[in-house]
Write a protein that binds this ligand. Structure first.
Ligand SMILES: Cc1cc2nc3c(=O)[nH]c(=O)nc-3n(C[C@H](O)[C@H](O)[C@H](O)COP(=O)(O)OP(=O)(O)OC[C@H]3O[C@@H](n4cnc5c(N)ncnc54)[C@H](O)[C@@H]3O)c2cc1C
Length: 416
């Protein structure tokens, strides 16, 4: 059988894979991007992105459906707490991943990458010191593989001896609402609901698009029953009365995993793992699109260097991991894990949110840090520093007894 050869094969056409494919193709490489789904597949995702995504490439207006200019936090005791994003760097967009991912794949194709939809990579065979074969129909031969399969490629990943990140579950649906009604009910803000009665991690969301809103819940054991009762939540139900759930691919309610932690070694000889597959999503608000694209970009750049050096060894590809830690972990993910620990593992999620919001009223620095939690305009390290410099004030706001009960988790978070 004739096996077609490519210099680089990327498996998975989400933001991580498409970004990697574009950059490698721009470097003059013969790249193949393989995607299991059909063109324009639905991806279960709230579709909120900070403007920093435009560092990679400007996003067309028809793709970014709604500009986001602020946020709303909802807790049982404080109810609805709104804030406005000040300055361009604090803005964001909400969009459908169907349009966004197709846009990114088209960019990769325009740059020269060959794209195969409806191709399911079954297995990766490392034959000898030179070749690697991606088994599917047909098979492809390559010098190096970038695995960008999200959390759907666990078998493939384990098959080449690379660990799979721990994950939690998200459940969501898109509700169709006329634009004027949506403007009134949700505005240009993303809504985050924090309440342990919703689901174990206590997080629900409503992310408005142009004529629709993504509504969902997430947690380690999130189930359909949590999602259904969230739709009846007192700060949400009136906003979606009489609206219909949209149907994508024959389904209205979708569930998908989100990674919780970065894996220890996202590379080996001839293979690099990017995006959700490598666990780079930020577990504060569970965003992973920007991180997926950045990891895809770094992997493609390291590939170009390895190609030049004709060296795809474990040692050479460790450069990918070093840069990932440097650009994504040291100032961001490491501190996101600390914030995550405090919020989701202290048992005081709602109380922390209430106290933080109360401080923002007379504290500009704190207000900026809270906005940056959503927009990414400050690193997680900077946000953590602001929070820690006010830790005693925050604990007093929570009430001394509750504040003291938070201490063990705080100490644990500091040690992360
Ligand atoms: C409910 C929910 C809400 C979310 N909301 C947000 C949000 O608002 N903002 C944000 O930034 N992030 C959000 N995320 C996270 C975000 O969706 C992911 O971090 C992001 O999609 C990761 O991109 P990726 O390219 O790594 O993986 P994916 O987008 O999952 O893409 C992987 C691709 O690989 C393909 N694939 C898998 N296996 C194979 C195979 N064997 N062969 C060929 N192709 C294969 C899949 O079909 C898929 O298209 C959310 C996630 C969930 C579940």
């Amino acid at each position: 059988m004739i096996i077609v050869s490519f210099e680089l094969v990327i498996i998975g056409g989400g933001p991580a894979g498409a970004t990697a494919a574009k950059i490698a193709a721009e470097g003059g490489i013969k790249v193949l991007l393989l995607e299991a789904a059909e063109e324009g597949r639905y991806k279960c995702c709230a579709g909120g992105i900070p403007v920093s995504n435009e560092e990679f490439t400007p996003i067309p207006h028809n793709v970014k459906e709604r500009e986001i200019t602020g946020g709303v936090l909802v807790t049982p005791s404080s109810g609805v707490m709104q804030f406005e994003a000040i300055g361009e760097k604090n803005r964001g967009y909400c969009m459908f991943r169907t349009d966004f991912d197709k846009f990114l794949i088209d960019l990769a194709r325009d740059a020269g990458a060959q794209v195969e939809y409806n191709y399911f990579a079954k297995h990766i065979e490392i034959r000898n010191s030179k070749n690697i074969i991606v088994k599917g129909i047909p098979d492809f031969e390559t010098k190096c593989v970038i695995l960008a399969t999200g959390l759907g490629g666990a078998r493939l990943q384990r098959g080449v001896g690379i660990e799979v990140p721990p994950m939690i579950n998200g459940i969501q649906a898109e509700f169709e609402i006329p634009e004027n009604q949506l403007n009134e009910s949700f505005g240009n803000k993303i809504w985050e609901f924090f309440d342990h009665n919703i689901v174990d991690h206590g997080v629900g969301w409503a992310f408005p698009k142009l004529n629709a809103v993504s509504i969902g819940v997430l947690g380690p054991n999130a189930k359909l029953s949590h999602f259904n009762s969230f739709l009846k939540y007192k700060y949400l139900k009136d906003k979606i009365t009489n609206s219909e759930m949209l149907n994508f691919g024959g389904r209205k309610i979708w569930a998908a995993p989100i990674p919780d932690r970065i894996i220890n070694k996202p590379y080996r000889e001839k293979i690099m793992v990017v995006g959700d597959a490598c666990g780079v999503a930020d577990p504060v608000l569970y965003e992973g699109i920007y991180q997926a694209r950045l990891s895809g970009k770094i992997a493609a750049q390291v590939f170009l260097q390895a190609y030049e050096a004709e060296d795809f060894s474990d040692n050479f590809l460790s450069r990918y991991h070093k840069q990932l830690l440097n650009l994504l972990y040291d100032d961001n993910l490491k501190f996101a894990y600390k914030i995550h620990e405090l919020l989701y593992h202290s048992g005081y999620l709602e109380e922390i949110i209430d106290a933080v919001y109360a401080l923002t009223k007379n504290d500009t620095e704190m207000r900026q840090a809270v906005t940056a939690l959503f927009s990414g305009s400050q690193t997680r390290r900077e946000i953590w520093k602001v929070m820690m410099s006010r830790k005693w004030r925050l604990m007093r706001k929570m009430g001394v007894r509750t504040g003291l009960k938070l201490l063990p988790t705080l100490l644990k978070a500091i040690r992360i």
